[in-house]
Design a protein around this ligand. Structure first.
Ligand code: UT7
Length: 352
């Protein structure tokens, strides 16, 4: 039996006012603007204030997505937050976000699959709607990675930033979900991980946890090679589920982890660079928020148009990967709250 159709009705984003530039990072660690730009493509990142947790930036992004559609919180059947930096280990950040939006009582849960979170979330949200479980699902990718970055470690601190993006999925006559592929390989979780705070190294270890347990750690080159292969392969496979090839895609919206990873993926898929959406220079790597942040840019400036075939792809801790092929509907972008916010120096990271 064929299920229901699903579309994305509205999208929204939020990025905190704190701005950490490459010049700021030069003051913190032995690095240079030139190294960062050449090796990563990044120029600045948005940084949450010490008071802002992940739910605090997820909520304005969610409100923007709702505002774009004219829907009320009461119209939403389920809230999913994809995040690697939840407010707490439990309860789920989605519960906090849903109640703050006035949706107490609605189902709400987190997806914890690091930078692949939005791709897993898209597949989950679309599948729940296609199966008839819900008529509308609000998916938010939100991260405050600055809270788990060691600003004395140059191999990681230049990479990560904070932000949130949201998409409202709704039942529709037209089915925009073309296909998806998800994957994971947990043979060596330490390739990219946060060592402390879980059951293997709980916080209450009476001093056994050293300082690095609270910070993201990564084998950069191993992740790099894996990323290019898996984003290209999963994009191809997601498109193939709808009998499409990479050349049939109008746009690629990849996880924004490194401009060189993105360029290599585009080459592997033999796509013209103009089909690839990147905004890494502005946000750095915002993990599960990077895809919706990039999507909002490309819809807001009119690049992505109704009817376009868009491939979303990501990789991350797990290791994990995935891609979703989507026919873009008529979703609009909610107002962009950060445009009204004065940029600030994140004084808790770069003192005056
Ligand atoms: O969402 C998923 C999260 N993770 C990723 O996507 C990470 C994927 N990996 C990468 O993006 C890249 O591997 C990095 C950007 C992390 C590193 O770039 P790389 O071209 O692989 O550099 P490398 O690790 O091979 O290091 C080259 C040199 C080393 O110095 P030596 O040994 O050649 O003297 C590093 O110590 O660059 C040095 N280096 C830096 N120099 C200046 C490493 N980080 C920095 C830095 N500034 N920030």
């Amino acid at each position: 039996m064929k299920g229901y159709g699903v579309t994305i009705a509205g999208i929204g984003r939020y990025a905190p006012a704190g701005i950490l530039s490459n010049g700021d990072l030069e003051k913190l660690v032995e690095t240079s603007d030139e190294w960062i730009v050449q090796r990563t493509g990044m120029r600045r990142r948005h940084i949450a204030s010490p008071e802002q947790a992940t739910s605090d930036i997820a909520i304005p992004a969610a409100k923007a997505a709702l505002e774009a559609t004219g829907r009320q919180p009461s119209d939403v059947d389920c809230v999913i937050v994809a995040t690697a930096t939840p407010d707490y280990l439990f309860p789920a950040t989605a519960c906090i976000v849903a109640s703050a939006l006035g949706m107490t009582g609605k189902p709400a849960f987190d997806i914890s699959i690091a930078c692949s979170g939005f791709i897993y979330g898209m597949t989950t949200a679309a599948s729940l709607i296609r199966a008839g479980a819900f008529k509308s699902v609000l998916l938010i990718g939100a991260e405050t990675l600055s809270k788990i970055v060691d600003y004395t470690d140059r191999s990681t601190c230049v990479l990560f930033g904070d932000g949130a993006g949201a998409a409202l999925f709704e039942r529709s006559d037209e089915d925009c979900f073309l296909g998806s592929e998800l994957g994971a390989d947990g043979a060596d979780p330490t390739v990219l991980y946060l060592r402390g705070g879980g059951s293997r190294l709980p916080f209450n270890t009476n001093g056994k946890a050293d300082r690095s347990a609270g910070f993201v750690q990564m084998q950069g080159q191993a992740v790099f090679k894996f990323a290019v292969n898996m984003m290209a392969q999963s994009s191809r496979n997601a498109l193939a589920r709808a009998d499409l090839k990479p050349e049939d895609a109008d746009f690629l919206v990849p996880h924004q982890a490194n401009a060189r990873i993105i360029d290599a993926t585009v080459k592997m898929l033999k796509l013209p660079p103009s089909k690839c959406v990147t905004n890494i220079q502005e946000y750095g790597n915002t993990s599960s928020a990077s895809i919706p942040l990039a999507l909002c840019d490309a819809v807001a400036d009119g690049r992505i148009q109704p009817g376009n075939v868009v491939v979303f792809t990501a990789f991350g801790g797990g290791l994990s990967w995935g891609a979703v092929a989507w026919r873009w509907g008529s979703a609009r972008v909610g107002k962009l709250p950060q445009e009204n916010i004065e940029p600030e120096r994140p004084a808790h990271i770069v003192p005056a």
